[in-house]
Design a binder for this molecule. Structure first.
Ligand code: ATR
Length: 268
């Protein structure tokens, strides 16, 4: 039985083991997928121990995606572009790093929700590791312009600068976000805990939909904020399942049916 796990801190609430268990059952794969907690300063030792013991692959979540990028022996092109890794796999004696977040977001937005990204203007709130991972895929899906608005302006500038070759991208502070976006995507992790940072309502002026990369059992603060202003949206549970499917396909060479899993775990 090949062994996989999701590694992060904290990790207790991760839904990844449930998702991969359903994928494995659906595709008849003989594998086990668990949770692995690493101390914040013990990520490298933890992954070394996992692979030394014969582990086959890891999903990496907060706060280790950037460190996984630094620790991997080899990197896929999309992991290099993202400067972040969410999927590790044993390749001989080496640990290979990949990033499936961007593919997961676009699969959910376009494949499941039918969002038309061709020519769209997208506003992204936040500039963390998750954002670097999704920008290339959004451009590849036909997005015309991306603006990254972040509390710390220097960070949105740094993300935008590293993505300049991919398409038309701009950076600003949260209080300078433009009012003409067709789609507003939240990647501010504070949304998880409860509070939405103050945002000008006018950023929703032209928005046809919003998407929260954060997910929760009840509507996230960002989704509630948008809904109160007449704009509907989805949270990132679909993205979570889609990025998991992409990792699963890398590891096992077989693509699971994500819709069935989203329905089973969410009942929608
Ligand atoms: P991830 O890798 O998941 O994107 P991260 O790297 O920790 O997570 O990034 C978190 C993002 O949420 C950042 O854009 C952060 O803004 P700063 O760069 O200014 O820190 C944003 N964020 C977190 N708490 C916030 C808050 N209370 N108000 C506004 N933005 C917040």
């Amino acid at each position: 039985t090949d062994t996989y796990a999701v590694i992060g801190h904290p990790i207790e609430h991760s839904r990844s083991p449930d998702i991969h268990a359903l994928f494995a059952a659906q595709t008849g794969q003989d594998m086990h997928y668990g949770r692995r907690s690493a101390p914040v300063d013990g990520f490298a030792a933890s992954i070394q121990a996992f692979f030394a013991a014969g582990g086959a692959g890891l999903n990496v979540t907060l706060p280790f995606k950037q460190e996984a990028f630094e620790r991997a022996d080899t990197l896929s092109e999309r992991a290099q572009r993202a400067s972040a890794v969410n999927t590790l796999m044993a390749r001989g004696d080496e640990i290979h790093g990949d990033n499936t977040d961007g593919a997961g977001l676009v699969a959910d937005l376009v494949g499941r929700l039918g969002t038309d990204l061709a020519g769209a203007r997208v506003l992204i709130l936040g500039a963390g590791g998750a954002v670097r991972g999704v920008v290339p895929n959004l451009f590849a899906a036909g997005v015309a312009r991306i603006t990254i608005a972040n509390r710390t302006r220097a960070k949105s500038q740094s993300v935008a600068e590293s993505c300049l070759r991919m398409g038309s991208i701009a950076a600003c502070g949260l209080d300078e976000a433009p009012f003409d976006a067709d789609l507003v995507i939240n990647a501010i992790s504070a949304g998880l805990a409860g509070e939405m940072p103050a945002l000008d309502d006018r950023v929703l002026t032209r928005a046809r939909a919003v998407y929260d990369m954060i997910y929760a059992d009840t509507a996230t603060p960002f989704l509630r904020w948008a809904r109160d202003r007449g704009v509907a949206g989805e949270d990132g549970f679909g993205m979570l399942v889609e990025q998991a499917a992409e990792s699963f396909a890398l590891w096992r060479g077989i693509r699971p049916d994500t819709r069935a899993v989203i329905t089973a775990l969410r009942g929608c």
